[in-house]
Design a protein around this ligand. Structure first.
Ligand SMILES: [Zn+2]
Length: 97
C-alpha cells in the first residue's frame, strides 16, 4: 500500500479496512513529523528579540532576508510584526542620517 493509493481511497470515500486504517494513521503521524521538521517557524517573541539585528542588516544594505530567512518569512505573514519592523527601520534610518 503506497501513499498515493491511500489518498486516492480517502478521496473516493472508500473506508479503509481496519488494517489499512492503522497504517493510514501511521502515515499521517509521520507526515505531521515531517511537517514540523520541514517547516521551521519563529514566534512573534523570537522575531522581536532579533528584530534590531535584522533591521541593522537592512540598514547596512546586507541581504537580511537571505541571512535570516525565518525572520523574513514571519514578517511576510504577520502584519503586527511587519508594522513593528517598519517602524524600527524608519527610526534607525532617521537616527543614522
Ligand atoms: Zn508576529
Amino acid at each position: 500500500m503506497n501513499l498515493r493509493d491511500l489518498i486516492q481511497k480517502i478521496r473516493n470515500g472508500i473506508s479503509p479496512s481496519p488494517q489499512e486504517q492503522l497504517s493510514n494513521e501511521a502515515v499521517l503521524g509521520f507526515l505531521r513529523v515531517l511537517e514540523t521538521v520541514d517547516h521551521e517557524e519563529i514566534t512573534c517573541d523570537e522575531l522581536y528579540e532579533k528584530l534590531d539585528e535584522y533591521v541593522e542588516l537592512e540598514v547596512d544594505k546586507k541581504d537580511a532576508a537571505h541571512i535570516m530567512p525565518l525572520m523574513r518569512e514571519h514578517l511576510d505573514v504577520c502584519p503586527e510584526c511587519c508594522e513593528e519592523y517598519e517602524t524600527l527601520l524608519h527610526v534607525v534610518e532617521i537616527t543614522e542620517e
